[in-house]
Design a protein around this ligand. Structure first.
Ligand SMILES: [Zn+2]
Ligand SMILES: [Zn+2]
Length: 355
């Protein structure tokens, strides 16, 4: 498959990304700022927080991780834009992942801002981040990985793989629940929410029709494709959700995409077309892998046979888990269309669909 390269809409930001640096705080348009907030030990390096000027302060899209370094970068970035942390009136969170939502609670504590989240992600806050619920989540994850055929010796390691990042989120219940199509009511902004499930069940994008801007969160990015995986908190067929919401976003008439990582870009439709083709290719590869074995294969065994960007053996545990759950999302999509058949068991076995 030919690599599709989007057109970056800011050369400065793109150059910083390429050189491995964290980009500068930038004024994207009048009244709109891009503030990179560093993420510790992660190849993505930073999350792009956007600050939208309001008559009496500022609203931000996403917040960053709950670390002092991230908080300081956010405060400094708002300073460049001419605002203090106490000026933040609202935090629009695209989704519940810790690099977007982690710092929202601390921003609210300092400023009294409201936090907005889609109900489907708001419903996961307790399960994901509260101490009394976490054991049950790990147990469900372990059971699912067992059914996927993860070898017994690595089950515990894989099931608990993201526990070490939990402290990067301050559990904060949202103040506002935002659904598909809801206007955000920010003075001076015709901003509207789009529910774009797939990467997370309640992922939101925000669109400004008059400015022709899309705040895309992790839904559409310039270079990487977001993880779309089956896990205990996902909806039943997250890849179908993702491809549907991708198609919907691809029809928007926008001039610039403001994603949460990497760099901003133009040509949304082109990028969406590429990501759809990428998943179609993956679906075909997985279908062929199941067919080549023919007499039943586990999801884990499918995952280890696929082509990945690096050697499977070099994947750290959390990446093996993500790769397994992502493969499962593709198998479930194929099952839904009769292109693969699951025989439930311990583990589940996958067979080719009926011709
Ligand atoms: Zn994410
Ligand atoms: Zn992210």
């Amino acid at each position: 498959m030919v690599k599709y390269v989007v057109t970056p809409s800011s050369e400065t930001q793109h150059a910083a990304w390429r050189s491995g640096a964290v980009p500068e705080v930038e004024r994207v348009r009048p009244g709109l700022w891009s503030i990179p907030v560093p993420i510790p030990v992660n190849p993505l390096r930073y999350v792009l927080v956007y600050a939208l000027e309001l008559p009496d302060g500022v609203a931000i899209v996403d917040a960053g991780w709950n670390t002092d370094e991230a908080y300081d970068a956010l405060v400094a970035g708002l300073g460049v834009a001419g605002f203090a942390i106490t000026d933040v009136k609202g935090v629009l969170v695209t989704h519940i992942h810790p690099d977007h939502y982690g710092l929202a609670g601390r921003v609210r504590e300092m400023s009294g801002a409201w936090i907005a989240l889609h109900p489907a992600d708001a419903a996961l806050v307790h399960d994901r981040y509260d101490d009394d619920a976490i054991d049950s989540l790990v147990r469900r994850e372990r059971a699912q990985l067992g059914r996927a055929g993860v070898p017994a010796g690595t089950l515990d390691e894989l099931a608990g793989a993201s526990m070490m990042i939990r402290h990067l989120v301050a559990t904060a219940k949202p103040d506002r629940l935002v659904e598909d199509g809801d206007p955000l009511g920010l003075p001076g902004w015709d901003l509207r929410a789009l529910w774009t499930p797939g990467h997370s069940p309640g992922h939101l994008c925000f669109v400004s029709p008059s400015r022709r801007l899309l705040f895309s969160g992790d839904h559409v990015l310039a270079k990487i494709t977001p993880i779309v995986a089956v896990h205990p908190q996902s909806r039943p067929n997250p890849l179908a959700d993702y491809l549907d919401s991708l198609a919907a976003v691809g029809k928007l008439d926008v001039e610039e995409v403001l994603p949460a990582h990497e760099y901003r870009f133009a040509d949304l439709a082109g990028r969406v077309g590429y990501v759809v083709a990428h998943h179609e290719e993956r679906l075909a590869e997985i279908e062929a892998t199941v067919a080549a074995v023919g007499d039943g294969i586990t999801c884990w065994d499918v995952a280890t046979r696929l082509t990945w960007s690096r050697e499977w053996e070099t994947f750290p545990p959390f990446m093996r888990r993500a790769a397994t759950n992502e493969t499962l999302a593709h198998l479930v999509w194929l099952e839904d269309r009769g292109r693969a058949i699951r025989v439930p068991g311990e583990p589940d076995l996958w067979f080719p669909g009926l011709p």
